[in-house]
Design a protein around this ligand. Structure first.
Ligand SMILES: [Zn+2]
Length: 329
C-alpha cells in the first residue's frame, strides 16, 4: 500500500521552466518533492507537466539544500543527485521521531501536515519535518488550552435544543464562548466542537512556503538590478567616448579647411577624418550591442519582479487566511 520514494530517482531529461520534460521524470520528481514537503499537489491533481508549483518546489528544495537556486534539475546535475541521496539517507536522520519522510505516501504526508506536524526544518537533512509538537499531542478539549476557532456541531437529532441547533455549522472562537459556553459545556449538551486547527496548520505551512518562494527571488532580483546598472554605466561611457570623437572630427574639419590648400595637409586631414569616422562607426556598433544587452537585463529584471509580486500576493493572502483561521482577524 505505502508508496516508497526510496527507489532510485534518475532523470532522463532536464526539468525546467519552458522545457519539454519527460512525463515520467516530472511525475517522479513531483512525487519525491511532495513526499518531502516541497511540492503541494494542486486541486486538479498531480499531472505530468512541469507546472509552476514544481519549478517552485525545485527552487525551495535547492534553497533548503544550499544549492544554486535556479529551478532547474538536470540528469547528473547537483540537484538530481541531492534529491537521490536525500531520498536514500533520510530515514534514520529524523529528529524527535521524524523518521517518516523517506517512506511515507503523499496521503500520509498531507495527513501529518494537517495533524499539526512541526513544519520546521531539520538542520541535518534541510527538510521539513513532521514530528508531533507538544501542542498537537495534548489535544484536550478544554477551552483554556485551545487556540483559534471551531465549528459547532450538534448531535443532529430532535433532542437538540433550538439555541444550539441555530449554532450548527457556525464558527466560534475558543477565546470567546457563545452564551452558555462552548459545545458540551452546557448541562446535558451533546454538541461537539469540530477542530479547525488542522486547516490552520495547513495554511501556516502553505503561507510559509509562499513566503520562502518570495524571499528566494531577492537574490536573483538584486543580481538582475546589478546587470542593468552595469549596462547603463557602460552605455554612458560609450556615449561620452562618442561625443569626444564627434568633437575631434569638428575640430579636424575646421583646421583642415583653414590650412593652406597644400596637397600634404589636405590629404592628412582627410585621412584623419576617415579614421575618426571609422572609430565613430565602431562605437555606434558597440552602443547598439550594449543597448540590446541592457534591454535583455531589464526584461529579466521585470519578469523576476512580476514573479515576486505574484508570490507576494499569494503569500499575503495565505497569511490573511491563516490569521482568520486562528481567529486573529
Ligand atoms: Zn448542545
Amino acid at each position: 500500500m505505502t508508496r516508497t520514494t526510496n527507489k532510485t530517482f534518475k532523470l532522463k531529461h532536464t526539468i525546467a521552466d519552458n522545457v519539454t520534460a519527460q512525463p515520467n521524470d516530472v511525475l517522479a520528481a513531483k512525487q519525491i518533492l511532495h513526499d518531502m514537503g516541497f511540492y503541494e499537489v494542486p486541486d486538479w491533481g498531480m499531472t505530468e507537466f512541469p507546472d509552476r508549483a514544481l519549478i517552485d518546489a525545485i527552487r525551495s528544495f535547492q534553497h533548503a539544500n544550499g544549492l544554486r537556486v535556479d529551478g532547474v534539475m538536470k540528469p547528473g546535475g547537483e540537484s538530481e543527485s541531492a534529491l537521490q541521496s536525500m531520498a536514500q539517507h533520510l530515514q534514520g536522520m529524523g529528529r524527535r521521531g521524524d523518521t517518516v519522510l523517506a517512506h511515507i505516501s503523499p496521503a500520509e504526508a498531507s495527513l501529518l501536515k494537517e495533524r499539526g506536524g512541526a513544519g520546521t526544518i531539520n538542520p541535518d537533512t534541510g527538510l521539513l519535518e513532521f514530528y508531533r509538537t507538544a501542542k498537537s499531542t495534548t489535544n484536550k478539549n478544554t477551552s483554556d488550552t485551545k487556540k483559534g476557532s471551531y465549528i459547532w456541531r450538534t448531535a443532529g437529532d430532535s433532542k437538540v435544543r433550538s439555541s444550539h441547533a441555530r449554532r450548527n455549522g457556525r464558527t466560534f472562537s475558543w477565546d470567546n464562548p457563545p452564551e452558555g459556553g462552548h459545545p458540551g459545556e452546557a448541562y446535558n449538551c451533546r454538541c461537539t466542537a469540530e477542530e479547525k486547527k488542522k486547516d490552520c496548520e495547513k495554511l501556516k505551512w502553505e503561507k510559509n512556503a509562499a513566503w520562502r518562494r518570495h524571499d528566494d527571488l531577492r537574490e536573483p532580483i538584486e543580481k538582475a538590478k546589478g546587470d542593468v546598472a552595469k549596462s547603463e554605466n557602460r552605455l554612458e561611457e560609450l556615449r561620452s567616448d562618442r561625443e569626444e570623437i564627434v568633437y575631434e572630427m569638428r575640430t579636424a574639419a575646421i583646421s583642415g579647411s583653414l590650412s593652406k590648400p597644400g596637397p600634404v595637409g589636405a590629404i592628412s586631414t582627410i585621412a584623419y577624418l576617415r579614421l575618426l569616422q571609422q572609430k565613430l562607426d565602431e562605437i555606434d556598433q558597440k552602443i547598439e550591442t550594449e543597448k540590446q544587452t541592457r534591454d535583455i537585463a531589464q526584461e529579466k529584471l521585470k519578469s523576476l519582479k512580476r514573479k515576486q509580486d505574484d508570490h507576494y500576493s499569494i503569500a499575503a493572502e495565505l497569511s490573511r487566511l491563516y490569521r482568520v483561521c486562528m481567529g486573529e482577524e
